[in-house]
Design a protein around this ligand. Structure first.
Ligand code: 4AD
Ligand code: MG
Length: 431
């Protein structure tokens, strides 16, 4: 008999079915045993009673959590069960019986213990719905751009120069030369945009973040787009459309996972339905000062400031036109005020912080060389990038979205480390 998945169970009510999975948990009530079976697509309750099948009852009573098995039985409707049905267990074939107690208990354990057992932790509790949401978010990002005629492309991970400043570079020896792990594919996407028009990718990005926060990992997945013949205003409209599409698609596909995570899907949809808020960097500083925050023009926003802005607007907000001194070398200055750049950060509501950074790019050779010099970056390593301003330069713009940041916000979980299968942070390289 071919096996079905738990996600398909509802279509097989009244049938005898076979499931392949693991024993997630069990409890007994006198002569009745309730087994929670999981297979990655969901959890299904299987029941059996001792008088009906004493030998199966004895076997099932003894099996430890996370035994891998094949189970067969009749499926019947049960409105109280999360899966909408329940299995009357007839047979179990054990594949492998664990050699000791499963290290992850289904109650509170300390974060550091759970992280040390991340390879097993991901089988339990909210970790499975989170990883399903992650899958849906990755797919939705790609679908959004594919539907709009953008071309998928790739950037290298081994690079010879920095994009986002030199303080967070991971350096390595490259046959006697210095190389760095990529902080962002942007500079290479600018080159492919001049070849292909409009491009996007999802790739890994590395930042040697020496602090431990709820929003930073040292390895994350960046989703980036770069567009030729595109200005700052068009760039913001595209980002807004993307974030709305992502949230709507993930809610439509994974509503039950969000409910399992105690995230209200309607509240998420409400947050993205209206046009996103926009505020000039200077006005944001004034607004925050008015709320009692101590900061001056030129300061970056910390977590409390981002939280205050999120609470003030109650929906995603673009902070626009930062001072030149705050931002990287590649951003185009605002022709109306050359002390500012045509850039914006998108801040998620509810304290989830910056989810997108983007800008219009410098498009003349002279300005780019001047900005490289101002940032004390070695011109030689960027010659190829300067070439893009020598051969048919056009106004162009792009952005990068931190996928883990977006998924943390969508899932409403407190810490970024739960939304990536194997988080990398300072002092954490295991498992
Ligand atoms: O704002 P960032 O540094 O912008 C860039 O890298 C641009 N080159 C992107 C572009 O224009 N193509 O990073 C982009 C996003 C941030 O808004 C944030 O969401 C995420 O990447 N991010 C991190 N996410 C997790 N952990 C970290 N350490 C992150 N650093 C940035
Ligand atoms: Mg940024």
């Amino acid at each position: 008999m071919t096996a079905i998945t738990i996600s398909e169970a509802r279509d097989h009510l009244g049938e005898t079915i076979t499931l392949q999975g693991w024993l997630y948990n069990k409890r007994s009530s006198g002569k009745i045993l309730f087994l929670q079976l999981r297979d990655g697509t969901g959890v299904l309750q299987a029941v059996l009673s001792e008088p009906d099948n004493p030998s199966l009852f004895a076997l099932a009573s003894r099996l430890p959590r996370e035994t891998s098995l094949v189970a067969r039985g009749d499926l019947r409707e049960d409105r109280r069960a999360p899966s909408g049905c329940e299995m009357q267990l007839a047979e179990i074939a054990v594949i492998q019986e664990p050699t000791s107690d499963f290290p992850i208990e289904l109650k509170e354990q300390t974060p550091s213990y759970l992280l040390d057992h991340r390879h097993l932790w991901i089988r339990t509790g909210r970790q499975v719905p989170i990883l399903h949401v992650r899958d849906a978010a990755f797919r939705a990002f790609r679908a959004f751009f594919h539907e709009r005629g953008f071309v998928a492309t790739e950037a290298p991970i081994l690079t010879g120069a920095s994009v986002e400043g030199t303080t967070t570079l991971f350096e390595l020896d490259y046959f006697g030369d210095k190389a760095y792990l990529s902080q962002s594919g942007q500079l290479y996407l600018e080159a492919t945009a001049m070849a292909l028009g409009r491009v996007y990718w999802i790739g890994p990005a590395f930042r040697a973040e020496k602090s431990k926060t709820r929003k930073h990992v040292t390895e994350f997945w960046i989703a980036e787009a770069e567009m030729a013949f595109y200005d700052h205003a068009m760039n913001l409209r595209l980002q807004e459309d993307l974030v709305r599409y992502l949230v709507e698609t993930v809610v439509a596909e994974r509503r039950e996972d969000l409910v399992a995570l105690e995230r209200d899907p309607e509240a998420l949809l409400r947050a993205v339905r209206e046009p996103f808020a926009r505020i000039d960097y200077g006005d944001a500083i004034d607004l925050l000062k008015g709320k009692g925050h101590e900061l001056t023009f030129g300061d970056d926003f910390g977590a409390p400031e981002e939280e205050a802005l999120g609470a003030h607007f109650g929906r995603p907000v673009f902070i626009e036109r930062f001072p030149v001194t705050m931002k990287p070398f590649y951003m185009k200055r605002d022709p109306k005020d050359p002390t500012r750049v045509l850039a914006a950060d998108l801040i998620a509501p509810d304290g989830y912080g910056e989810i997108i950074g983007g800008s219009q790019r410098v498009d003349t050779e002279g300005e780019l060389i001047a900005q490289l010099d101002e940032n004390k970056l070695p011109r030689a390593a960027y010659e190829w990038y300067i070439d893009l301003r020598r051969f048919g330069a056009v106004p162009h713009s792009g952005f990068g979205m931190g996928l883990e940041r977006v998924i943390t916000w969508i899932c409403g979980v407190p810490h970024i480390r739960e939304v990536i299968p194997f988080p990398r942070q300072i002092h954490r390289l295991y498992p």
